[in-house]
Design a protein around this ligand. Structure first.
Ligand SMILES: *Cc1c(COP(=O)(O)O)cnc(C)c1O
Length: 361
């Protein structure tokens, strides 16, 4: 190819995102605990809505997502006109970077932050700025110290992936209040539903002028395969994002399934309480085996080993038992493994296998 045909600066710096492994060669019954998926799957109502959508495959979907936005707004008590829906919250993150950052701008996120922040920043030619965390937890002072006149976006996931840790509403508010005037704070609430009584930052979006929240149907709603997410912000921000959103970015199947899913909060509550129970059980079992975890507020735990070698050896051992967890060296945590909270049988299998690995029984 002609060497004058070149992609935009930054694009060749993007390391390809690797999803959680789903298969192991030669193993039939794998337990996939590598992508923070809901072991209970989606609400039956969402599956029924998805099935019904086969009758309208020849029709274009609506462009304004009004029914889904209304449903989200009713359930969360928000203004539907300040909601935008996307193909996963990844697409909302992409829109935010496209709209607010470009060459010579900086996008700030933390050391163990979600990889899409870096990828989406580089994709628009902006400079990713990675800030140290304290004990695998976002450090507001360090984030503020990294901000300057070029900072356009600051991303934090609360709770964060892959650490599972969370900072308080007061800390998030302090961050919003001290940001430079041209910077927008993005609160990624992918795991917000797992935190009892937490609004994902929606009230801070309402109380401040510089905060946006992103949410997803991929985690507690169990619809990762369908790709639906949403964002909530000030009207001018949502208006900007809608200008770059493709009119048909969500299919009828996505819209209908998501609407049914969000209206079934019984399913959400059941999944949250099972997750809370099993997460505490697994964290306790791992602690007894000498494998500490930070207090996780999400649907996974980050298991810490003595070294990268031990973490990798344990991962290899788990794989032999058909258990797939996530290596997180790409998140600068080479001595850790991220383990999704599966159903009770999976959690017991993980604890049993780690015990065998540790030579406990
Ligand atoms: C899983 C996850 C998302 C959700 O991505 P989708 O595109 O909505 O599937 C967003 N942020 C974080 C931190 C995540 O872990």
């Amino acid at each position: 190819m002609s060497n004058q045909i070149k992609p935009q600066p930054g694009i060749l710096d993007i390391a390809l995102y690797e999803g959680g492994k789903a298969q192991l060669p030669g193993v039939t019954n794998v337990v996939k605990l590598s992508s923070n998926e809901n072991p209970f799957g989606p609400s039956d109502k969402a599956k029924e809505a998805f099935s019904r959508s086969i009758h309208s495959l020849h029709r274009y979907p609506g462009t304004d997502h009004a029914d889904l936005r209304t449903a989200i707004a009713e359930v969360h008590r928000l203004d539907p006109d300040r909601i935008i829906c996307g193909a996963g919250s990844d697409e909302i993150i992409t829109f935010l970077c496209q709209a607010y950052a470009g060459p010579r701008d900086e996008v700030v996120f933390t050391e163990h932050g979600f990889l899409m922040y870096r990828i989406s920043s580089l994709a628009v030619g902006a400079t990713p700025v990675e800030v140290p965390e304290r004990e695998r937890t976002a450090d507001v002072d360090a984030i503020l110290a990294a901000c300057n006149r070029r900072t356009k976006l600051v991303f934090i996931a609360n709770p964060n992936n892959p650490t599972g840790t969370m900072i308080s509403a007061a800390e998030v508010a302090r961050l919003a209040d001290a940001l430079p005037p041209q910077a927008l704070l993005v609160l990624d609430g992918a795991y917000a539903e797992y935190v009892e009584g937490y609004d994902g930052g929606a009230s801070l979006v309402d109380a401040r002028q510089n905060v946006v929240m992103t949410r997803t149907f991929s985690k507690i709603y169990g619809l990762g395969g369908l790709r639906i997410g949403w964002g909530y912000g000030l009207r001018p921000v949502i208006d900007v994002l809608n200008r770059i959103r493709g009119p048909f970015n969500l299919s009828t199947a996505q819209l209908d399934a998501a609407e049914a899913a969000v209206r079934d909060q019984d399913h959400v509550n059941k999944c949250r309480s099972e997750n809370t129970r099993l997460r505490a059980w697994l964290a306790g079992a791992l602690a007894e085996l000498g494998v500490p975890t930070d207090t996780s507020m999400a649907n996974f735990v980050l298991a810490r080993f003595a070294s990268q070698d031990e973490a990798e050896a344990c991962d290899t051992f788990l794989q032999k038992q058909g258990l797939i967890v996530r290596r997180v060296a790409g998140y600068k945590l080479p001595h850790c493994l991220r383990i999704t909270i599966g159903d009770e049988a999976s959690c017991r299998q993980v604890a049993h296998a780690v015990a065998q690995f540790k030579g406990v029984k």
